[in-house]
Every structure is written in C-alpha cells, then in structure tokens.
Design a binder for this molecule. Sequence first.
Ligand SMILES: Nc1ncnc2c1ncn2[C@@H]1O[C@H](COP(=O)(O)OP(=O)(O)OP(=O)(O)O)[C@@H](O)[C@H]1O
Ligand SMILES: [Mg+2]
Length: 298
Amino acid sequence: MVNAAPILMDTPSSAPAKSSAYKPTVRLSPASLPSAHAPGAAAAPMGETLVDISHLDFFYNTSQALHDINLKIEAKNVTAFIGPSGCGKSTLLRCLNRMNDLIDGTRVARGTIKIHGVDIYQPDVDVIELRKRVGMVFQKSNPFPKSIYENITFGLRLQGMNDPAKLDEIVEKSLRGAALWDEVKDRLGASGMGLSGGQQQRLCIARAIAVEPEVILMDEPCSALDPVATAKVEELIQELRSRFTIIIVTHNMQQAARCSDKTAFFYLGKLIEFADTRDIFTKPANAQTEAYVSGRFG
Ligand SMILES: Nc1ncnc2c1ncn2[C@@H]1O[C@H](COP(=O)(O)OP(=O)(O)OP(=O)(O)O)[C@@H](O)[C@H]1O
Ligand SMILES: [Mg+2]
C-alpha cells in the first residue's frame, strides 16, 4: 500500500505527469488531519465515519466517470468496492488520496470528500501529507529496485527518520505486520525484485504500513496472485483491520464476502447499493446488486 508525492505511495510508474497548470498546495495542518506518528494523534475510533463522500461528480475531460456518489466509510473497518469493469471503482479509490490529480484533464466537478471532517480537495490541503495518511497498494506489486530493507525505510527516510535502531525496529514490525518477516529476515539486503509475486505484494503492504497510514487503499491486490498467496494477503487484511481503515477493490465475490464488513456495489459510475457485506450477499435490496453478486451479469 505505498513515491515524492508519489514516493510515499505505491504510485503506478505509468501515471501521466500533471500539466504545468496544476497548482501545488500548502501544507495541511497536522491538527486537521492527524498523523498516526504524531504524538497524541487522534485516530478515529472503530465504527466512526472516517471518510465522508458527498454528492461526488468526477470527470476525465468531458467524460463523467462518477455520478453523485454518497458514501460514508467507517474507521477500522474493511470496505469492499465491487462492480463490473469500468464502473468507476479505481477512479473513486484514486479520488480518496488525490492520485487522479496526476492525470491531465481530471476534475471533481461537484461534491466533497472529507477525511476527519477535512475537505481533501480544498486548496490548502497538503497532498503529500494526505498521501502519507492514505496509502495505496496496486494490482501489480511494484517494489522499488532496492533491497527489501530499503523498500521499507525509503518513505521513513524521506520523512527525516535516520536513527538506525528505530529504522530496524520499524522494518521488523512492518514485515511482521505484512506476514513476511519469517520468509525474508535472513535476506533483508537482497533485492525486493527477487521475491515471488505474492511476497512482493506483501512487501508493498509492509512498505505501506511502515509509514503508519490511517487508510489503506487496495486496488485488486490479489488479482495477479495464486490461491495460496491470495489466502495470505486475505489473512493479512484480517490482521490489519484492527489498526487501519481498509478499502479494497475486488472482482472476486468470495473475497469481498470473506474480507469485508461493508460492501459498495457500483454500476456505470453510480453507487447502486452500500450495506453490510452479509446483506449485500444474502439479501441485497437492489435487483442489479442481486444480479451481479449472483453472477448473472458483469
Ligand atoms: N485515465 C483515464 N482517462 C480517461 N478515462 C478513464 C481513465 N481511467 C478510467 N477512465 C474511464 O473511467 C471509467 C471508470 O474506470 P475505472 O478504471 O475507474 O473502472 P473500474 O471499475 O476500476 O474498472 P476495472 O474493474 O476494469 O478496473 C471507465 O469508463 C474508464 O474508461
Ligand atoms: Mg479498476
């Protein structure tokens, strides 16, 4: 889950650069979006609304990809985004840490996204700080071409942390947290690129949690993994859920049912239904949701 603005995030190397018209923003007050590393940081308690999306319309140039999205995401919960290809799941995920700012011609035309009550699209929001707090893990694992150890410490060093003992401690804690420590503890100096696909994805999760984000966005994190590696990542999500607010995009209905507390079903850029995962899969209120989760379309 986690590059310069991009460095602390798992930023796709293919992300197009924003045009020069893009305006940099000033720093977000730590008090308004508290950092988990900051002393006395006030993380939102479990069950409380952390991310509040209200009447969101989003465009790629003249093409509207999201229509009037209203969604409240609870803290320390796992929320799954499901829906057919092209329905806007990744677009909405990237709105949550302003990764779409990196794509020319994108705009939020209407509505707000608040995190801790702060509208993250206000011009005074520090986007780099936001992306530290809202980390991301992509479909294709993308470790840096560096050692396993340096993959974890890169973001921390950028934050100015240089104490070797502290870095060692966070490396171990993050790799343990990502259920990878036992497999790599004897080769921390080896390249992260030399790990298996499933291990690389867990390394990316370790890199994301090392900077202690509050929210972790996962865009189809298991789609390139075999069933064993998928099971490990799903177990990991269960372990991380008490510490982080997780939003996962998946095409795998069983995965959504196994992993998440709440599920949001999207179709053609609209949020069709949002409810407890159990209800979405056993008694969906909407006929389109029912057709999708039962495999009749999509
Ligand atoms: N960079 C882009 N430029 C223009 N249009 C885009 C861009 N990215 C996505 N879109 C369009 O926005 C809509 C939503 O795409 P998005 O990638 O969010 O869907 P998705 O639900 O994540 O699909 P999938 O399940 O295939 O990943 C689609 O119509 C898509 O073609
Ligand atoms: Mg997608």
